[in-house]
Design a protein around this ligand. Structure first.
Ligand SMILES: *[C@@H]1O[C@H](CO)[C@@H](O)[C@H](O)[C@H]1NC(C)=O
Ligand SMILES: *[C@@H]1O[C@H](CO)[C@@H](O)[C@H](O)[C@H]1NC(C)=O
Ligand SMILES: *[C@@H]1O[C@H](CO)[C@@H](O)[C@H](O)[C@H]1NC(C)=O
Ligand SMILES: *[C@@H]1O[C@H](CO)[C@@H](O)[C@H](O)[C@H]1NC(C)=O
Length: 362
């Protein structure tokens, strides 16, 4: 079993060839969906990186700067939500991707950084946070694995568990992006076993790039793993099997989104397969529409929130849908407060913003 898995993975590395879909060059007039701040941190030079909802509607939030302190928002739709620090991980000072691998059990990727986007070598690790029944402070943590060969872990996507009949009991495996080496790593949290399952040019940044981040956001949706390549200005996908391994001889499909001159980071799908993604350089959220035919797949886009010179979403980093009783049409966004790229010379403490998308969901 183990050998066959390894040989499939090795067989795949480097052999896929890409098909490129025409540029996403059909723009729908931009709209400004209503946005309001859910909660802010109190200090500048803070950078919230990613977020995941609990099934009870609360949000679990990772912080990239200035330390590896996990934050929590109880009932984000309440109108009086707070960003509460709940745990600081050892041997790390920045956290990245986060994913729920079983009800109320989350994995979080982290590193010890020397400077922004520059982790010390061999510091990659994935930890588990398992919430119990008793509110935000009632949880247990354990280290799942060290990933010393990863240069910088970034996005994380949960491989949907296949359950025949009864409810899935174990922990789902995940794919994690190494944004500096341009690889996808598969990690099984029940054993800590991990391996590179995809290493293709579409995951890499261009050689000698100033900003060496290739693969960044990562999601699994309807039999494909999708990723953004921030420097190449693309969204990409490849077919995967039910264990998360790329299908043998599958090709990478590339959606060229360079026409809006920006770079997508994290994203999320809606029920109509549209992609809602953040551009952390232009402070804008875009929808990339699914389209109705293979030739129109992800060719139409629309700007729906934020603006280059606005402090509405300074440095948006990740998005997720609400899972509470009243917020399923709310897109929650984490920001870096413009820490890396100030807005009109200004930064602010990192925050979480709620965008009401109901006018576009009818
Ligand atoms: C969009 O791209 C397609 C294919 O690349 C091209 O045929 C078409 O003319 C372009 N449309 C615009 C408005 O640029
Ligand atoms: C981590 O950073 C947050 C936000 O700046 C701060 O409130 C907290 O005290 C820091 N925690 C540690 C353990 O350094
Ligand atoms: C994959 O490609 C190899 C080399 O071209 C070929 O030998 C093999 O039969 C293909 N496998 C499948 C499942 O198509
Ligand atoms: C954050 O920095 C801006 C300048 O970029 C300053 O105006 C603001 O007062 C600072 N906020 C805090 C909470 O220190």
């Amino acid at each position: 079993m183990l050998f066959s898995i390894i040989s499939i993975a090795v067989a795949l590395v480097g052999i896929t060839t890409a098909t490129v879909v025409p540029r996403a060059n059909t723009s729908i007039d931009s709209v400004q969906l209503p946005a309001k701040t859910v909660a802010s941190l109190s200090e500048n030079n803070t950078f919230l990186e990613n977020l995941a909802p609990r099934q009870n509607g609360d949000l679990v939030i990772s912080m990239l700067q200035k330390n590896a302190t996990l934050h929590y928002i109880k009932d984000p739709a309440s109108g009086r939500a707070e960003l509460t620090p709940i745990y600081t991980f050892p041997n790390a000072n920045g956290m990245l991707g986060i994913g729920e691998v079983s009800k109320d059990t989350f994995l979080i990727a982290m590193h010890e950084f020397e400077s922004f986007l520059n982790p010390y070598p061999h510091t990659g690790a994935v930890w588990e946070v398992k919430f119990n029944g008793g509110g935000p402070k009632d949880f247990a943590v354990r280290k799942v694995a060290d990933l010393p060969d990863a240069n910088m872990l970034n996005g994380m996507a949960v491989i949907p568990p296949t359950c025949s009949g009864r409810r899935f009991q174990g922990l789902a495996s995940v794919l994690i992006a190494d944004c500096l080496q341009g690889q996808l790593i598969r990690l099984d949290p029940s054993t800590g076993a991990h391996e590179v399952v995809l290493d293709v040019p579409e995951l890499h940044a261009p050689d000698h790039s100033d900003f060496p981040t290739g693969v960044n956001g990562l999601k699994i949706h309807k039999g494909y793993v999708y990723w953004t390549n921030t420097v190449k200005l693309t969204v990409n996908r490849i077919a995967i099997d039910s264990d998360g391994y790329p299908v043998q001889n599958a090709t990478v499909q590339v959606f060229d989104i360079s026409s809006w001159g920006g770079a997508l980071d994290d994203f999320v799908f809606d029920e109509k397969d549209n992609i809602w993604g953040v551009n952390s350089l232009t402070n804008i959220i875009y929808v990339l529409y699914h389209g109705t035919s293979p030739s129109s797949l992800y060719t139409t886009y629309q700007s729906v929130a934020g603006a280059l010179d606005s402090l509405e979403l300074p440095g948006p980093t990740a998005v997720t849908w609400g899972t509470g009783r009243n917020d399923r049409h709310i897109l929650y966004v984490t920001t870096s407060g413009g820490t890396v790229q100030p807005v009109n010379g200004q930064q602010e403490p990192a925050k979480v913003v709620a965008i009401d998308t109901s006018s576009l969901q009818k």
